[in-house]
Design a protein around this ligand. Structure first.
Ligand code: FEO
Ligand code: CA
Ligand code: CA
Ligand code: CA
Length: 600
């Protein structure tokens, strides 16, 4: 691949668009120009980009400020002690406090309360068990703490003079953990593959874990996405052989370090092989009712779910775009059977529908193929979704992370974060959508749906940006034309459009600032203009963090951003957010403008 240039791609896109190009041009002439006019005046669009750095703090541009909202271990109820930097909490305090490694999140206004629902993806053993010499769980209470550090934290926040703060004891406060009862819904519920000793009906599972990105529905629910669920299972039987279905999801007999099977048999694959079939789903949660039972949506497939971008189809159905984040896995779309009814009963829209997988043709065209054509039973298609998609010849992708849809047309973007296997293993050959062997920098692909309708089963696609390092390379690893020395980054991951049509990109990449990554600094967040391809670095995170998760207050004056696992490798050398002598803690920050204007 020689030339990946944003401008060339735009021209190719216009050429390929054919009849649909009228829609594309009219976007530029109407909505696009409106955005541009406001861009010209607004500090949000005209900020001076921040330089890459390796500081142990958050850096935002002049004219903006950030403050801390909450961190791992902050208590949600007044009877629970504040985070103890020495012990790093107990099983019981963790059950009553914000979980670890916050990732995707969403802001809701519910009956006069401001509510944040936040995913707690995983734990870094050297941080959560940093009180132990072994940096690993030493007893049953350590495992209880680990289980409680996962899942979702839901809590009220309020705006004070000093910034947004958690409201302890709010009636909406809730912890959902890897032990919370969750209903299995949809076509696979009750299937023998979902029946376990713990739940012989196959309709109830215990817990949600490795909750990565998120989604939200037009009917006000929160979607949390189960990603690397394989890491929590193991087997006492050292000689246990994994089935091909288990291998496809990375399940192994060897404990990755959580030690859950030591104290809970259900995580032992030799004793309860179906237990792992109950995780890997989209989970729907009512953030306003802490007594409600969350629901796993089997109709949306089982894979390593990144996020879930819900959009409206022209015909009234709901579509949801979902990435499966593993090297060489696929991109999916769900379309609900029933239509969304404004103000009507929509609560089961995600329990029934069709699931499609993407084929990105080298021509720049693409298709959504229905998984019903894979020739597997309905339940098996939804439980072993990866196998069904492989049978249909889906395009192997460079690790699909977040998808976000353009609010002004039926177009969506997906971060393909990186893939060292591309071009190195036979089933992941270089193709036009994933154009570089040993892809260390990643790219953002986008597709425009035929007839401007998310329900269409065809699209045209191009790359919005191909990341790279133009100061180190002059070949394809330099990236696309919109990547420059002052805005370069690697491993795009979090992705969201704001209501003005700006595209925000968060990174989870190599922060060594050396070699191939020299000049990129710590992980960061950029703002992009989808109509020009212009990219500007807006934020640099603290040392060894990933920047992930974003949402806006209803009045758009605050943007909430997640700082995940600061100090993940060298926790003794990092201390965000507490400063010297404190344990580095995953945190949620609030960003606003000095002039109080909108943040998107
Ligand atoms: Fe949890 Fe794919 O990031
Ligand atoms: Ca991610
Ligand atoms: Ca990632
Ligand atoms: Ca992460």
């Amino acid at each position: 691949m020689k030339n990946i240039h944003f401008n060339d791609l735009v021209s190719r896109r216009r050429f390929l668009t054919g009849a649909a190009s009228v829609g594309f041009v009219s976007f530029l002439n109407t909505t696009g120009l409106t955005i541009k006019n406001s861009r010209a005046q607004d500090i949000l669009m005209n900020f001076k980009p921040v330089k890459a750095n390796n500081l142990d703090t958050v850096t935002v541009p002049n004219g903006f400020r950030w403050s801390l909202v909450g961190s791992w271990g902050d208590p949600l109820w007044s009877g629970t002690p504040e985070f103890d930097h020495k012990s790093r909490g107990t099983g019981t305090t963790q059950e009553m406090s914000v979980g670890d490694n916050n990732d995707g999140m969403a802001f809701f206004d519910i009956q006069g309360r401001h509510v944040l629902a936040v995913n707690n993806e995983y734990c870094n053993f050297s941080v959560i068990y940093g009180n132990r010499k072994t940096r690993s769980p030493a007893n049953a209470d350590d495992v209880k703490k680990g289980i409680a550090a996962h899942g979702v934290s839901i809590f009220e926040i309020t705006r004070k003079a000093e910034g947004w703060r958690i409201v302890k004891d709010s009636p909406v406060n809730r912890r959902i953990t890897a032990a919370t009862p969750i209903e299995l819904t949809g076509p696979a519920a009750g299937h023998p593959l979902l029946k376990t000793a713990q739940d012989p009906t196959g309709r109830l599972s215990l817990g949600t874990f490795n909750n990565c990105g998120n989604g939200r529905t037009p009917w006000g629910t929160y979607l949390t996405c189960e990603e690397n669920f394989d890491k929590y299972f193991s087997a006492q039987d050292k000689y246990l052989k994994m089935s091909s279905e288990q291998k496809r999801y990375g399940l192994k007999g060897k404990d990755a370090g959580y030690g859950w099977a030591r104290y809970h048999d259900r995580f032992d694959l030799g004793k309860h092989p179906n237990e792992a079939n109950r995780v890997g789903y989209i989970v729907e949660i009512d953030p306003g009712d802490p007594t409600s039972t969350p629901k796993k949506r089997t109709a949306m497939g089982r894979f390593k779910h990144e996020n879930c971008e819900v959009v409206h189809c022209k015909g009234g159905q709901i579509a949801a775009y979902m990435g499966d984040d593993q090297r060489g896995e696929f991109l999916y779309k769900f379309i609900s059977k029933n239509k969304f009814m404004n103000g009507g009963k929509n609560s089961e829209l995600l329990s029934e529908g069709e699931l499609y997988v993407a084929i990105f043709e080298d021509s720049g065209n693409g298709r959504w193929v229905n998984l019903r054509d894979a020739g597997m039973s309905r339940a098996e298609t939804l439980i072993f979704t990866r196998a069904a998609a492989s049978r249909l010849g889906a395009t192997t992708m460079d690790r699909p992370e977040w998808v976000s849809a353009n609010p002004f047309k039926a177009e969506a973007y997906c971060c393909l974060t990186n893939n060292k296997n591309r071009g190195r293993v036979t089933h992941q050959p270089v193709n036009a959508a994933n154009p570089r062997a040993d892809n260390k920098y990643g790219q953002i692909i986008r597709w425009e749906q035929t007839n401007n309708d998310h329900a269409s089963d065809s699209f045209i696609w191009d790359h919005f940006v191909v990341a790279g390092n133009p100061t180190v390379y002059e070949n394809e690893y330099a990236g696309s034309r919109n990547v420059k020395a002052d805005n370069m980054f690697n491993s795009p991951d979090g992705l969201a459009f704001d209501t003005l049509g700006n595209l925000w990109i968060q990174t989870d990449g190599n922060y060594s600032n050396q070699g191939d990554f020299e000049g990129m600094g710590n992980n960061q967040m950029l703002m992009a203009d989808p109509s020009t391809g212009n990219l500007k670095r807006f934020l640099v995170g603290p040392k060894e963090c990933e920047v992930t998760g974003m949402t806006w207050s209803s009045d758009k004056s605050t943007m909430f951003v997640g700082i995940q696992h600061p100090g993940e490798k060298n926790p003794k050398k990092c201390s965000f957010p507490g400063g010297k002598g404190t344990v580095p803690r995953s945190s949620i920050i609030a960003i606003s403008r000095d002039d109080g204007g909108v943040m998107g």
